[in-house]
Design a protein around this ligand. Structure first.
Ligand SMILES: [Cu+2]
Length: 537
C-alpha cells in the first residue's frame, strides 16, 4: 500500500468503482448544461449554481480516475447528496424566483440528473465503506474501465434524449419574449412522449328534454319573465317555450353505459356541456363513445393529436375502411376515439399551467352542435397535474359556453314543435316571431340566470375556461362584475369570444357577494345571456 499515490495526505483506495463513479459525475454535469442558459435568465443564482455544480462534477470525475482518495470519494458523495437534496427542495417547497418548479417531479432532464447524482452518492458511500478490493491482476484491470465507459455512454445518450424532449424546460413563468431556436422549440414542443397515463372517458350521446329556464322565472331580476323574456321562454300556440329535446354528451361510469356519472352540486352549473375531459401532457385520452340519439354523431376534438380514425369528421380525406368508422357513429353504435397529448396540446410559451380545448360532434357540424353535442377539455402541463388531470396550482375551475343556440337549425325542430307547442301549429314561413323565439341566448344552456349558482371562495386561485360556438351572432363579450381576471397576462374584466373561441381567464376573487356574469352585447343580454356567480368568504 505504501507505494500508492497520495493526494491531500489521503491514501488512494484503488476502488474498481471509480470509473463508474466518474462517469456518473460527468453525466450529472452534462444533464445540467442544457438548462443553464434558461436558468441564468430566469433566476441568476440558480444558473450560477448549475455552472458551479457542473464544473465541480467534472473536477471530481478527474480526481476519481487519477487519485480516488477517501477525500475525493467523500466529495463525490457529498456533491451527489447536496444536489439531490436541492432538487427535492425545489420540487417540494420551491426556491426563490422559480417556485413554478414545485410539483414538477418528472421533467426528463431532472430524471437523468437525479439518477446520476444518486449514483455519485451511493457509489461514494460504497467505496468509503467497502473493503479495499485486491488488485485482480493486469488481465482484469480493463473491466472497471469498460463498465465505466458504458455508464458514460448510456448516461450521455439518456441526457441527449431528455434534452431533445425538453422543449420548454425552465421557461414557464419567465414571461420573457423568445426568438430563434428556443422559441420554435417551444412552438413545436417535443415529439409525443407517452410518459403519462391512459385516461378513459365513457361518453354517451343521449336525447334529453332540456329546459333552458328550469326556475320558470328571471333569476337575475328575481321576478317573473317580462314580455321580452316571454319571447324565448313561454310556450303557447306555435311557440315551443323553454324546453327542447336535445342530443347531449353525458358521462358514464364504464363501458356498460349502465350508470350516468354523477355531477356534484358544485358542478351542476355545467348544464348541457358534456363531461369535462382532463389530461396532462404525456397522457393518452381514450373516449368510448356510444350514440343513443336518432341522428348519427361523432366526437371531434380540438388541439390534441389524433389520427384519421379518431377525427370524427366525414369529408374526402383520401381515407377509407376503419379510418371512416369515426366519422358518423350510427344510432346504437359505438366508437373509441384515441387522442394523444403531446407538448403542443399543452401550455405554450405564454400560457399558465393549463389550456382549454373543446370537443363536439362534427358529423353534421351545424345541426350537431345546435343539438347540443359540445364539451370542454383542459390540458395541464407535464408534471403539474393532480391525479384527475387538473392543475395543482388552481383551486377551482369553471367552464362556460356562450352560445345562441339556434333551435331552428336543430335536427329536433319538428319533434319539438309537436311535443311542446301548446297547441301545435303548422309552421308559417312568415312567422319571424317563431324563429326569434327559438334563439336561446344561453350560458351552458341556461337563460336569464337560471344556471345553478357558480360558487367560488375569496382568495381561491380560480381558472375560468370560457368558450363559444355558433355563427355570426356568436360574438360574445363575457363580463364579470365584482372581480377582475387576467388573460394572457393582461388585466381585464371582459373577454372576447367568436365562434369556437376558447379563452382561459384567471381570477383571485377578493370581493365576496353574488355577482353578475353576462354577455355585454346589448342584444344578447336582453335576450337572456346572463348568469350569476357567488364569491363566498
Ligand atoms: Cu353575446
Amino acid at each position: 500500500m505504501s507505494g500508492m499515490p497520495r493526494v491531500f495526505g489521503s491514501e488512494a483506495l484503488r476502488s474498481p468503482l471509480r470509473f463508474a463513479a466518474a462517469a456518473a459525475c460527468l453525466v450529472a454535469a452534462a444533464a445540467h448544461v442544457p438548462v443553464i442558459e434558461d436558468h441564468l435568465e430566469e433566476a441568476l443564482y440558480i444558473g450560477l449554481l448549475f455552472v458551479a455544480l457542473s464544473v465541480a462534477c467534472c473536477v471530481v470525475a478527474l480526481l476519481l480516475v487519477r487519485w480516488d482518495s477517501r477525500r475525493v470519494w467523500a466529495a463525490s458523495a457529498v456533491l451527489g447528496v447536496l444536489a439531490v437534496a436541492a432538487f427535492v427542495w425545489s420540487r417540494a417547497i420551491g426556491l426563490p424566483q422559480i417556485t413554478d418548479d414545485v410539483g414538477r417531479w418528472t421533467t426528463p432532464l431532472a430524471e437523468v440528473a437525479v439518477a446520476a447524482e444518486a449514483a455519485m452518492a451511493v457509489l461514494g458511500l460504497v467505496a468509503l465503506h467497502g473493503a479495499r478490493i485486491p488488485d485482480q491482476g493486469a488481465t482484469r484491470r480493463w473491466r472497471p474501465v469498460v463498465s465505466g465507459a458504458a455508464v458514460l455512454v448510456a448516461g450521455l445518450a439518456w441526457t441527449g434524449v431528455a434534452a431533445a424532449s425538453t422543449g420548454d424546460e425552465g421557461m414557464s413563468g419567465s414571461g420573457m419574449a423568445m426568438s430563434g431556436h428556443r422559441y420554435w422549440a417551444a412552438v413545436g414542443g417535443g415529439r409525443f412522449h407517452g410518459d403519462g397515463v391512459v385516461r378513459h372517458y365513457y361518453i354517451g350521446a343521449d336525447v334529453v328534454a332540456w329546459n333552458y329556464a328550469p326556475a320558470g322565472r328571471n333569476e337575475i331580476t328575481g321576478k317573473p319573465f317580462d314580455d321580452v323574456a316571454d319571447t324565448y321562454t313561454r310556450t303557447g300556440p306555435g311557440r315551443i317555450g323553454s324546453t327542447y329535446e336535445k342530443c347531449l354528451y353525458r358521462g358514464y361510469t364504464d363501458a356498460t353505459f349502465a350508470h350516468l356519472q354523477a355531477r356534484p352540486a358544485s358542478e351542476t352549473y355545467l348544464g348541457l356541456l358534456g363531461p369535462v375531459i382532463r389530461a396532462q401532457v404525456g397522457d393518452t385520452v381514450k373516449v368510448v363513445f356510444r350514440n343513443s340519439c336518432p341522428i348519427p354523431a361523432s366526437v371531434h376534438v380540438h388541439g390534441l393529436l389524433y389520427g384519421k380514425a379518431s377525427e370524427g369528421a366525414p369529408y374526402d380525406d383520401g381515407t377509407s375502411g376503419t379510418d371512416k368508422a369515426d366519422d358518423a357513429v350510427p344510432t346504437g353504435g359505438r366508437h373509441t376515439y384515441t387522442w394523444l397529448v403531446p407538448d403542443r396540446a399543452g401550455p405554450g410559451p405564454g400560457d399558465g399551467s393549463s389550456v382549454m380545448w373543446m370537443y363536439h360532434s362534427h358529423t353534421d357540424e351545424v345541426a350537431d352542435t345546435y343539438a347540443g353535442l359540445m364539451g370542454p377539455i383542459e390540458i395541464t402541463a407535464r408534471g403539474m397535474a393532480r391525479p384527475d388531470g387538473s392543475p395543482r396550482d388552481v383551486d377551482r375551475e369553471v367552464f362556460t359556453l356562450f352560445s345562441v343556440m339556434n333551435e331552428n337549425n336543430s335536427p329536433f325542430l319538428d319533434a319539438n314543435e309537436h311535443a311542446y307547442e301548446q297547441p301545435y301549429q303548422r309552421p308559417d314561413a312568415d312567422d319571424e316571431g317563431f324563429e326569434e323565439s327559438n334563439l336561446m341566448h344561453s350560458i351552458n344552456g341556461y337563460v336569464y340566470g337560471n344556471q345553478p349558482m357558480i360558487t367560488l371562495h375569496e382568495g381561491q386561485r380560480v381558472r375560468w375556461y370560457v368558450m363559444s360556438m355558433g355563427t355570426e351572432v356568436d360574438l360574445h363579450t363575457p363580463h364579470w362584475h365584482g372581480n377582475d381576471v387576467t388573460v394572457n397576462g393582461m388585466r381585464m374584466d371582459v373577454v372576447n369570444l367568436l365562434p369556437a373561441s376558447m379563452v382561459v381567464a384567471d381570477m383571485v376573487p377578493d370581493n365576496p357577494g353574488i355577482w353578475l356574469f353576462h354577455c355585454h352585447v346589448n342584444d344578447h343580454l336582453t335576450a337572456g345571456m346572463l348568469t350569476r356567480y357567488q364569491v363566498l368568504r
